[in-house]
Design a protein around this ligand. Structure first.
Ligand SMILES: Cc1ncc(COP(=O)(O)O)c(C=O)c1O
Length: 455
């Protein structure tokens, strides 16, 4: 840690000048771990020298851990050569190499990559591509995007409108029109009260009903995460995405998968969509591209869709970002992909995923607080409830959220309760010993919470 750091002065300056995101106020700076000054591997050190394990891997960005030396070196070397997009065009060598490399990891259908800076802008890019694609083909009436409640796609106006969290929408209304929300495949709280094995995937049929209600000729695209990540680790059941694909094909609707969390190794595969037996029309990536070391996003588009934009000046897309696909970020992404391959990270993630799945089942058996335990790859969601019978969300009980944070710190863990679900999405490279500490420490926290907040 920087020995010259005056923690009190830093906190005072932060309270005075720094506007925090997502509902945090100045009291945030009173917590230990509020200001992180260094990260290495899976550990973070705060301004007071306190070290914790990050169980959420930089909001699920981290593949190869914090301050990965190979990525740091690649960024430094690229900075000495070309550090920004000349005049805003991402036609730089690392961007070209990266586009090629991403396409090589995918089925042959995919042909073009559009780079941006964040998951939010990438989702907007994908939606714009869908709208313009239909317009070029003479279907300008197709402008609607069908999305799920509880899904998250970003914080800008359109990506925020696409997201399904009411508390992140209300203050900014009216949001852009053309976003239709349907129920997610959330079996634990199925809105129809159905059982997963006999429901006929009612949530996918809800998509059919929405298309019919809205008028199929007005729908441009469906946008969804293969597994809802930040919204509580909610994997789509078998057959869900096949039905979505079928309905998209029948009605000429494009299928966009938001793999900002699930892509690039989080499930133990490069992408989550193949496990659902579908090929989407566009794939949205961000976070894990650079292991969070530099801002970068990508929309990967099927060749036949990209080709529609070629051949006439009025067809080209009038959309882009000054720093999208900048050389520093793309160099970081290439180094990240090399590092992931050299560490043979994907099979290791699968082994961790199995361990997490067994552990999550035990937590569900041993702790009444754990109403539902969901695991997909190296993503765990423990939905915490007062009692199994009424499923009252503990996240809204006064004091509960702070207790999770405080008890987590006592175990040397940075824990995150999102809504009422405790999320674990550590860096993919987390060591087995660190994962032991995460699982043991989290169980201790669950036991302490049950003592503090009896059913
Ligand atoms: C699935 C998903 N899509 C999009 C985003 C938005 O990404 P960003 O915060 O980089 O704009 C997030 C962020 O958490 C996400 O989880």
């Amino acid at each position: 840690m920087d020995e010259m750091l005056d923690s009190k002065a830093l906190r005072d300056a932060a309270r005075k000048s720094l506007w925090l995101n997502f509902g945090k106020d100045a009291s945030y700076f009173d917590q230990p771990g509020a200001i992180i000054v260094a990260g290495e591997g899976s550990s973070l050190t705060d301004d007071r020298g306190f070290t914790v394990l990050d169980t959420l891997g930089g909001q699920a960005s981290s593949t190869v851990g914090y301050s990965n030396p190979r990525i740091v070196k690649a960024i430094a070397e690229q900075a000495g050569r070309l550090a920004l997009n000349p005049s805003g065009w991402p036609a730089n060598v690392p961007a070209i190499r990266l586009a090629e490399r991403l396409i090589d990891t995918l089925p042959p259908a995919f042909g073009k990559v559009f780079f941006g800076n964040s998951g939010s802008d990438a989702n907007e890019t994908a939606i714009k591509i869908a709208r313009q694609y239909h317009r070029i083909r003479g279907e300008a009436g197709r402008f609607k995007t069908i999305v799920r409640r509880g899904g998250y796609h970003g914080s800008t106006f359109a990506s925020g409108a696409a997201s399904g969290y009411t508390h992140r929408r209300r203050a900014f209304e009216p949001l852009p029109p053309g976003f239709i929300h349907i129920e997610p495949p959330y079996c634990y709280r199925c809105p129809w009260g159905l059982q997963a094995d006999s429901c006929g995937i009612a949530c996918a049929e809800e998509f059919r009903r929405a298309i019919e209600f809205e008028d199929p000729a007005s729908v441009a695209c469906y946008l969804g995460e293969p597994t809802i990540g930040g919204g509580g680790v909610i994997p789509a059941p078998d057959g869900y995405f096949k039905r979505i694909r079928e309905l998209c094909d029948r009605h000429g609707i494009l299928l966009i998968v938001d793999e900002v969390i699930t892509g690039l190794g989080r499930t133990g595969e490069w992408f989550d969509f193949p496990a659902h037996g579908i090929v989407p029309d566009m794939i949205v990536l961000a976070k894990g591209l650079t292991s969070g070391h530099a801002p970068l996003s990508a929309v990967i588009v099927r060749s036949e869709i990209a080709e529609v934009f070629a051949g006439a000046p009025d067809r080209v897309i009038q959309h882009g970002f000054t720093s999208g696909g900048n050389p520093l970020s793309c160099a970081a992404a290439l180094a990240n992909l090399d590092e992931m391959a050299d560490q043979a990270l994907l099979p290791k993630v699968k082994a961790k995923a199995e361990r997490c799945a067994a552990w999550a089942r035990e937590m569900h058996e041993r702790h009444h607080l754990v109403g539902d335990a969901r695991v997909r790859g190296f993503m765990v969601g423990l939905e915490l409830v007062r009692a199994r019978e009424d499923k009252e969300p503990m996240g809204s009980v006064p004091g509960f959220r702070d207790a999770v944070t405080r008890l987590g710190r006592e175990q040397g863990l940075l824990l995150f309760l999102v809504g009422t679900t405790l999320l674990l999405m550590p860096p993919l490279s987390m060591s087995d010993a660190e994962l032991d500490q995460v699982l043991r420490g989290t169980e201790r926290v669950l036991a302490d919470l049950e003592a503090l907040f009896p059913a």
